[in-house]
Ligand binder design. Structure first.
Ligand code: 13P
Length: 246
């Protein structure tokens, strides 16, 4: 059976109180299915609330949106892998496009964060993707490969997930076509296979919604989706997870 991963990135939305209400609605509208897992990436302040609730369901998991690479210390505003794990996270996003482009995260830093995630026992979900200018210049595969090299370094043996999120498709309402995404997914899979990486799921992200999720997931190169906007309403998210690719 093809197992699909539906990951919800709430970005800077949904505080702890709202998260409890959200999950009570979601759980009422989405029953466990053997062919899909649902991962939630709430803001750090909501992590413990989400993790505590989803711990009751084996098909659900909570993760952090970002971690700093040091385990502890005088780093005001940052959270470390061990702190996220203590709050109940079992995974973390690494190198999300907004971390790279809004907060200036460098390729080198994604490598440090990926290593820190592994040390803390968090499953890394590495986000990669090109800007529109890079796509137009025909640099998509070069950029994505550089991002993989910088983040994984010599650690391709680690259990990880890769999310291909073209920057021009994030929050723009303009999703990649299944064929666009498949070409990049094949290149990522090829890069991983060349390095004897373990089984690595490759998700697509960027303007995924209830209407286009099935069409995207009909492309077998996609092992799941990473969703921002359409994951913020629990009823819409439950509908997306329930109805996509059935
Ligand atoms: P949107 O689904 O809002 O385009 O965001 C995608 C994303 O960045 C998920 O990490």
């Amino acid at each position: 059976m093809r197992a699909l991963l539906f990951a919800a990135n709430w970005k800077m939305h949904i505080g702890p109180q709202e998260a409890r209400t959200y999950l009570s609605t979601f759980l009422g509208q989405y029953s466990e299915r053997p062919d899909r897992q649902v991962w939630f990436f709430p803001p750090a302040v909501s992590l413990e609330a989400v993790a505590t609730i989803v711990a009751k369901r084996p098909d659900l998991l909570a993760g952090a949106q970002d971690i700093y690479w040091e385990p502890k210390g005088a780093y005001t505003g940052a959270i470390s892998g061990p702190l996220a794990a203590q709050a109940g996270a079992r995974a973390t996003l690494i190198g999300h496009s907004e971390r790279r482009h809004v907060f200036g995260e460098t390729y080198e830093q994604t490598g440090k964060k990926l290593a820190a995630a592994v040390r803390a026992g968090l499953h890394p979900v590495l986000c990669v993707g090109e800007t529109l200018a890079q796509r137009d210049a025909g640099e998509t595969l070069t950029v994505v490969t550089r991002q993989l090299e910088a983040a994984f370094g010599a650690r391709v043996e680690v259990q990880a997930t890769v999310a291909y999120e073209p920057v021009w498709a994030i929050g723009t309402g303009r999703n990649a076509t299944p064929q666009d995404a498949a070409l990049v997914h094949q290149a990522i899979r090829g890069w991983l296979n060349d390095r004897q990486a373990g089984e690595t799921r490759i998700l697509y992200g960027g303007s995924v919604n209830v209407k286009n999720a099935s069409q995207l997931l009909a492309e077998r190169e996609l092992d799941g989706v990473l969703v921002g906007g359409a994951s913020l309403d629990p009823k819409i998210w439950a509908e997306l997870v329930r109805t996509a690719a059935t």
